[in-house]
Design a protein around this ligand. Structure first.
Ligand code: GDP
Ligand code: CA
Length: 319
């Protein structure tokens, strides 16, 4: 069985861990958002790829949900002592080694997909880890500049981390997306997979960014296997994150139903065959098999059960 999962960082990584527990013999391909990628202090940083890689490779800091366990911050402190901007990004010493290897390989001309495979040699994540694209696509956010009062586009990371998504945003822009192509293996994996799963990741700046790469949305629509989505919105709010800040920007209601309708039914020009919402949440998405199951990834057992529910929904007969 081959399962393809579209994933962002924390929500994607935790779901993938549950999926590997639920289906230890399955071949799993993770197509990961790279719209959050950024170059800081000369280092190329891929937050979502690293979160997935560290989580599945047992190197993640479980409490933070990102970055390395046992991290230290000497370089960050030293950079701050020089007044070297930016100072708001969490750049740990262990993590920096990953970024150094990545940056050196990219500078030598290797595509991100090859670099990711090389880094995964160490971490053995147990899934095939594919960047959504080898081309640079960076999410920017159009905000009202607090100083000038005029609209200005800033990198998603600056909005998310430095401003805690508190600056009013009017739109998201995927810089570079017009020239981007799906990463090697992405379309092929989607086409032939037995199931495609949208992890409970941010529908706008994680899954939405992946789907924005020309060719990926069409490949999902053309997939042979069923497409199952998992709501990241539980009881009208985002868990462990600020996804609820992103949905209103694109005009989507912050609810499981709102996100389900945003993805839409494959039978009606959208993407989903099935949609999992949390027990107690109500959602009607015309043309979609909506199922209510526990969606809290609060323990390994609960996450595995959630992954099993996704597999069950994916196996519910031909579409
Ligand atoms: P990021 O790139 O690190 O922000 O992570 P993702 O985009 O992969 O995931 C963020 C989303 O995960 C948020 O929208 C959260 O609502 C969702 N999320 C986090 N924990 C859980 C959970 O236990 N259950 C569900 N259903 N969603 C979760
Ligand atoms: Ca992310």
């Amino acid at each position: 069985m081959h399962i393809v999962v579209l994933a962002g960082g924390v929500g994607g990584a935790r779901f993938l861990r549950g999926l590997l527990a639920a289906a230890p013999d399955a071949e799993v391909t993770a197509v990961v958002n790279t719209g959050d990628d950024v170059t800081l202090h000369g280092l190329r940083i891929c937050p979502d790829l690293d979160t997935v890689m560290y989580t599945l490779g047992d190197g993640i800091d479980e409490d933070r949900g990102w970055g390395r366990r046992g991290e230290s911050w000497t370089v960050k402190d030293e950079l701050a002592a020089y007044g070297a901007e930016p100072t708001w990004f969490g750049l740990g010493d262990r993590d920096i080694a990953t970024h150094l290897v990545r940056t050196r390989m990219l500078d030598a001309g290797y595509p991100l997909s090859d670099v990711t495979a090389a880094l995964a040699q160490r971490w053995q994540p147990g899934v095939r880890l594919l960047p959504m694209s080898d081309q640079r696509v960076e999410t920017h956010v159009v905000v009202d500049d607090p100083e000038t009062g005029r609209p200005r586009a800033i990198h998603f990371q600056e909005w998310w981390i430095r401003h805690r998504a508190a600056l009013a945003a009017s739109s998201f822009v995927q810089v570079g997306v017009d020239d981007a192509r799906p990463g090697p293996g992405v379309v092929e994996a989607l086409r032939t997979a037995d199931a495609v799963v949208f992890a409970p990741s941010n529908p706008v700046v994680s899954i939405g960014t992946v789907l924005g790469v020309p060719g990926i949305r069409d490949a999902v629509r053309a997939a042979t296997g069923r497409v199952v989505g998992i709501s990241p919105i539980v009881d009208g709010a985002a868990l462990r994150g600020m996804a609820d800040r992103c949905l209103p920007v694109v005009g989507v209601e912050v609810s499981a139903e709102g996100v389900g309708r945003h993805y839409g039914a494959r039978s009606a020009g959208g993407l989903l065959d099935a949609w999992l919402v949390h027990t107690g949440d109500q959602a009607t998405v015309p043309g979609v098999d909506v199922r209510a199951v526990p969606l809290l990834m609060s323990s390994p057992e609960a996450t595995q059960a959630l992954a099993q529910a996704a597999l069950d929904a994916a196996g519910a007969g031909p579409r």
